[in-house]
Design a protein around this ligand. Structure first.
Ligand code: HSE
Length: 401
């Protein structure tokens, strides 16, 4: 039996997730860990526990040799990077939920944990309460994984659910997601699809062993969704969800992207609503599997952080098995996708180079077309798309590749 290491924790951040973790730790029956110090930024903010627990100087934690685990739960990805790398350099284990920071420094952070012989765990960074990273590491380590897709952003799922169910405007639904503590400090990370993409990049490493630069991956969010799109979806019996996808195009190549997608009522993701996330894996032997759970919020995310802390006390480390196997070596964007494009100007539509068209509609106020485009073309247009009066939805209707 593995003996448990006694953990003395330095916690960074006491916002939604930090407080959530505190509650979860206080209520956990089997596991006790000692939070020695909590480092926060704002000395004037009223806290719900006595001030003697807090410090405003990160070195009070980083230079405290009695602290052997840093739990990093702050918003700012640059500060998080300094804290996490500073902790590892001092031989401290790290648990982080900062998907922006991890996705943008992924390979370096993974190399650092080997160099400094520490463990770096981040289950809460993707899918919050859904233990997808550990599943990919442990259960799928030798599986032939065809694809993984799902809902990885609670805020946009909350917004889309509210717009669908209650017909409320986008801005109102977004404000609710902010008030409920689901959205990022900068909510454009959620609504433009960055957050889902960062999570997808983290998952991709554990699913296929490739460290993708986020910039390589096409993402498109829900900022430009209109009532017309919601009405169209409803009339056809669909819901719209923001769905990141990664999958194989041949034995050693994968593709990935983040796009809104039509979901029909017979699909697993159809009933994944509000702040819930859902992930579907398709594999050669296990076949189709579906994971669902809360994807945002203090307690749900805190539960994943607790699980990492507990695993770490047993000496758990990710082994990056798919990376070491090295089966997947290539990444491609040469991939055909059927999309619904709602647009105003014919010039905009021309930009997409539609290959096949199966449906089109014109009216005085709105037009749409359904047809096949290439992901590489969408990627070329990526900087223009947010400012264009268009909305794109992956129909997900047929396998065209
Ligand atoms: N803003 C994120 C979301 C929080 O809405 O999913 C959890 O990562």
């Amino acid at each position: 039996m593995t003996t448990r290491q006694k953990l003395r924790i330095g916690l960074f951040g006491y916002g939604v997730v930090g407080q959530g973790l505190h509650d979860v730790l206080n209520s956990s029956c089997g596991f006790k860990a000692d939070i020695v110090r909590i480092c926060v930024k704002d000395p004037l903010k009223k806290r719900r526990i006595p001030m003697e627990h807090f410090t405003f100087n990160r070195n009070d934690i980083l230079n405290d040799d009695s602290i052997n685990l840093v739990v990093e739960l702050i918003n700012d990805p640059d500060a998080a990077y300094e804290i996490v790398t500073g902790a590892m350099k001092r031989g401290k284990h790290v648990v982080s939920a900062n998907k922006t920071m991890i996705a943008n420094h992924f390979r370096e952070l993974v190399e650092m944990q080997t160099k400094y012989n520490v463990s770096f765990l981040y289950e809460a960074s993707a899918g919050a309460s859904i233990p997808i990273i550990r599943n990919l590491e442990e259960y799928y380590d030798n599986e032939l994984l065809h694809s993984l897709r799902g809902i990885l952003n609670g805020s946009t799922n909350y917004i889309l659910t509210k717009m669908h169910n209650e017909n409320i405007p986008f801005s109102q639904a977004l404000n609710e997601a902010i008030e409920l503590g689901y959205a990022e400090k900068d909510p454009s990370l959620d609504i433009d699809g960055f957050d889902a993409k960062f999570k997808l990049c983290i998952i991709t490493c554990h699913a296929y062993g490739l460290f993708l630069e986020p910039e390589e991956v096409f993402h498109y969010g829900i900022r430009n969704i209109s009532k017309f799109d919601i009405r169209y979806a409803k009339e056809k019996g669909f819901k719209i969800k923001l769905v990141p996808y990664v999958g194989k195009t041949n034995d050693n190549t994968i593709t990935s992207y983040v796009l809104p997608r039509f979901i029909s009522s017979d699909k697993y993701l159809y009933n994944v609503d509000y702040e819930y996330n859902g992930i579907i894996t398709e594999a050669a032997f296990a076949d189709k599997q579906f994971f669902s759970g809360k994807g945002a919020g203090g307690h749900a995310t805190g539960s994943a952080v607790l699980s990492d802390i507990s695993a770490l006390s047993y000496g758990y480390r990710y082994e990056y098995k798919k990376y070491l196997q090295g089966t997947v070596t290539n990444y491609t964007r040469d991939f055909r996708i059927e999309i619904y494009l709602r647009y105003k100007n014919e010039n905009d539509r021309e930009l997409f180079n539609f290959e096949e068209i199966s449906e089109q509609y014109h009216s005085n106020t709105c037009n749409y077309v359904i047809g096949v485009v290439n992901l590489s073309r969408l990627y070329e247009l990526r900087h223009k798309l947010p400012d264009m009066d268009v909305f794109i939805i992956n129909t997900g209707r047929k396998d065209i590749n």
